[in-house]
Design a binder for this molecule. Structure first.
Ligand SMILES: [Cu+2]
Length: 178
């Protein structure tokens, strides 16, 4: 078969294929990404769904652990609030450092950021608009912050001064005594 013939045959096949297709809905070429994929197995995953975080327990409180944020020398830090976590969870700063948190609710339910020793009790409404509030790192050790609605579901975090590690901290949830 000569090249000319081959081209002619292919051309004819293409015409036949096109003519036989009853509808253009089915693309003739299968996308290369048609290989088995995990995403196909979970079509119901919604964008607001949160991955399961490791929960660690420090004293009387569980913490949904979405990691550390190193904020030494910074003036602001973005934080996400979701069901039921803060991301980041453990914020490191210099002793006495002031830090503005810009907190965005990435979930469908109301959350809150509370740090009673600094008179902070702010709701974080849904919708994605960042709520800005200032916190101050302790001179040493750690301070616990929490969502007052979901602290018992692991929605806790800590401000860590210097090289302090996450540690057991007692603390009240408003409504559970004051
Ligand atoms: Cu919450």
């Amino acid at each position: 078969m000569t090249l000319i013939h081959r081209v002619a045959v292919l051309g004819a096949l293409a015409v036949v294929t096109a003519a036989c297709s009853p509808s253009p809905a089915r693309p003739t070429a299968q996308p290369k990404t048609a290989a088995p994929s995990k995403s196909a197995a979970s079509p119901g995953a919604s964008p607001g769904a949160s991955p399961v975080a490791a929960q660690i327990r420090l004293g009387e409180w569980a913490y949904s652990d979405y990691g550390f944020r190193e904020t030494q020398g910074r003036s602001s830090q973005d934080v996400d609030a979701g069901d039921y976590y803060f991301k980041g969870t453990f914020l490191r700063g210099n002793p006495g450092q002031k830090l503005t948190l810009a907190i965005r609710n990435v979930a469908q339910s109301l959350h809150n950021f509370s740090l009673p020793s600094q008179q902070v009790d702010r709701d974080i409404p849904t919708g994605g608009e960042r709520v800005r509030l200032e916190v101050t790192f302790p001179e040493s050790g750690a301070l616990r912050f929490f969502c007052k609605l979901h602290a018992d579901r692991g929605m806790n975090g800590q401000l860590l001064a210097g090289g302090a590690e996450p540690q057991p901290l007692a603390g009240l949830v408003p409504g559970h005594g004051s």
